[in-house]
Write a protein that binds this ligand. Structure first.
Ligand code: UDP
Length: 373
């Protein structure tokens, strides 16, 4: 079977690989001049530092199969994300943990005491929190919410946390011990040479051809028995019903001799600091030594046509529009919509890979039964 995969990011690469291994012929196109989508990494020409070109990507998963899958294509080294936050004139540890609580409130609480203290701060009247703000007020109380979440989230999402779903905040834990590992997954690491060689490794199969700088044109479908689309869902339909909202990011690069901030990611909670965070990329490769350093201030704004889409917004307005596009997608035979852009969801890398592996399996099961997807 001749398969066309639009997008050489994680979804396209993983699905393509699985189908190629099963004997199908895969043509993968990407409008960009590189593979890897937003996971793309490259060395900075000036300093030699490995850059996460589209912002920080830290691999973490509980899925053993996904972990061994990525490790079979490239070497991962241990890496734990330990984020710091500058807010209200201090520097604190994130995610909120016992150190954050004790420093922020100038206390010396033990775990049980901190739990009781935070419970006394929290708004117990909120039952079944629906919004980001309700979730924060219910679980950490107003002071921590205003220092660490309110301003950051307004900058990141361009709206009030009272308009955002609680699910966004549920990505972050609150800990009553001194564990400052940002993620709680069993397997965590960073590819020694960045994500690009990993994705190149996945794509390296005789039945896969990759064409870069090649935008999709509708005539390409004529030559394919099936299409996997990992571009924007609304883009496939020419934005016929309007555009789904995305946040895009602008990165302001600057260099520094030495160590600029002492950690990979520093978040900025205050509303009057215009950026959300600063990433100092060399700290993502602590096994390398570089005198020079490259940092990026990260600014979030509403994506305009032509901007790179990063975060799907999924507010009420988008949800209604999304329903229309999903109905259209379901009615489109011979095309499967995959990945963050193709399904308009905020997906971590491990979930993207898991779904891609499962999608390829489902596709081959359909073929085996003589059905189409
Ligand atoms: N968030 C926040 N303050 C922080 C970090 C995160 O308010 O210092 C909120 C913000 O709304 C963000 C969400 O929590 O979008 C999820 O954070 P995560 O670190 O998972 O965001 P990502 O790294 O995926 O952008």
């Amino acid at each position: 079977m001749q398969v066309l995969l639009v997008g050489a990011g994680l979804s396209g690469a993983v699905i393509g690989r699985k189908l190629a291994e099963a004997g199908h012929s895969c043509r993968i196109i990407d409008s960009r001049d590189h593979v890897g989508g937003n996971c793309y990494t490259e060395r900075d020409a000036e300093t030699g530092v490995m850059m996460h070109v589209y912002g920080p990507h830290i691999f973490h998963t509980d899925d053993e199969e996904v972990w061994s899958y990525v490790n079979s294509f490239t070497e991962f080294l241990p890496f734990q994300n330990r984020v710091k936050a500058t807010a209200q004139g201090g520097v604190y540890s994130l995610p909120i943990n016992l150190l954050t609580i004790n420093q922020f409130f100038n206390k010396t609480l033990r775990p049980d005491e901190a739990k009781a203290f935070i419970a006394s701060q929290a708004d117990a009247a909120i039952v079944g929190p629906q919004t980001f703000e309700e979730q924060a007020l219910r679980f950490v109380g107003r002071d921590l919410y205003e220092a660490f979440f309110k301003g950051y989230t307004e900058k990141q999402w361009g709206c009030s946390p009272s308009e955002l779903p609680a699910s966004i905040l549920k990505r972050l834990p609150v800990r009553f011990n001194y564990d400052d590992n940002y993620f709680f997954h069993r397997f965590q690491g960073m590819p020694r040479d960045g994500y690009t060689p990993m994705i190149e490794g996945i794509l390296d199969h005789p039945s896969i051809t990759v064409e870069l700088s090649t935008p999709f044109t509708p005539d390409m479908t004529a030559e394919a028995d099936h299409v996997f689309w990992s571009g924007p869902l609304d883009g496939f339909f020419g934005y016929a019903h309007g555009r789904l909202g995305y946040r895009t990011l602008d990165f302001e690069r600057f260099t520094y001799q030495g160590d600029y901030q002492g950690c990979a990611v520093m978040n900025y909670g205050d509303r009057d600091v215009p950026y959300t965070r600063i990433t100092e990329h060399k700290h993502f490769s602590p096994w390398e030594t570089h005198e020079g350093s490259v940092c990026c201030r990260e600014y979030s704004r509403a994506a305009e046509p032509g901007d790179i889409p990063y975060y799907p917004i999924r507010l009420v307005e988008e949800k209604a529009l999304l329903g229309e596009y999903i109905a259209k997608a379901e009615a489109t035979e011979g095309v499967t919509f995959v990945g963050r852009l193709g399904t308009y969801r905020y997906l971590d890398m491990d979930v993207t890979i898991r779904e891609a592996l499962d999608t390829a399996d489902a596709f081959m099961n359909c073929l085996a039964k003589g059905k189409t997807m």
